[in-house]
Design a protein around this ligand. Sequence first.
Ligand code: SAH
Length: 226
Amino acid sequence: MHFNILTIFPDMFPGTLSGGVVGRALDKGIWSYDAINIRDFALNSYGSVDDEQFGGGAGMVMRPDVLGCAIDSVKNRGKVIYFSPRGPRLNQQMVREFAATPDATYTLLCGRYEGIDQRIIDEYDIIELSIGDYILSGGEIAAQVFIDSCVRLMDNVLGGGNDTTKNESFEIGGLEWPLYTRPSAWRGRNVPEVLLSGHHGNIERWRKQQSDEITKQRRPDLIKEK
Ligand code: SAH
């Protein structure tokens, strides 16, 4: 998988993506990226990429002429994604779909200021994606969320293989059950007996029941109507 990242802060990459399983996958060449500095396409010597909003109002907008040149410089673009609070909220099912093509290329546009000129979205048939109902100061963190969530689903990235990703929250039709590890007793708190029993059937039933309970309490919206 390859990501072309358009940003005014290319040094923010790989950022958090250099650590852990995703960082190792980067070293192994399972995924790669180019961080392209939008400022390199500025039309004046100050390197301006933004300008005042037509119609007035506070905050600057990223210019379509500059962004257009930056996007055009990417030869193999694949799908072009703009991170924006206005997009549909990214979820695990959408991530699965983006990650389903291991040799896909995605071009990720990281906004700054108030955002980008609408004509860029129209001109390049852009997919808008939000990572949640709050406002970030830029799309770079959103791009890292997108890349991390896609890459960890690719083959040979997670140690436990497919089982690891299939047993997680959202993949199991709800939220994960409580997790425990050694020591079995800690500050007077004991690990539930059933998990120490070695009885796989009972363990599975307990986990399912816990998962259902937690999902019902915290995220009833995840419970599919039958
Ligand atoms: N004026 C915009 C917010 C701009 S925030 C609005 O009201 O909708 C600046 C940039 O940060 C955006 O262009 C976008 O690329 C990024 N960003 C902010 N919040 C985001 C979110 N929830 N999801 C994805 N990207 C976000």
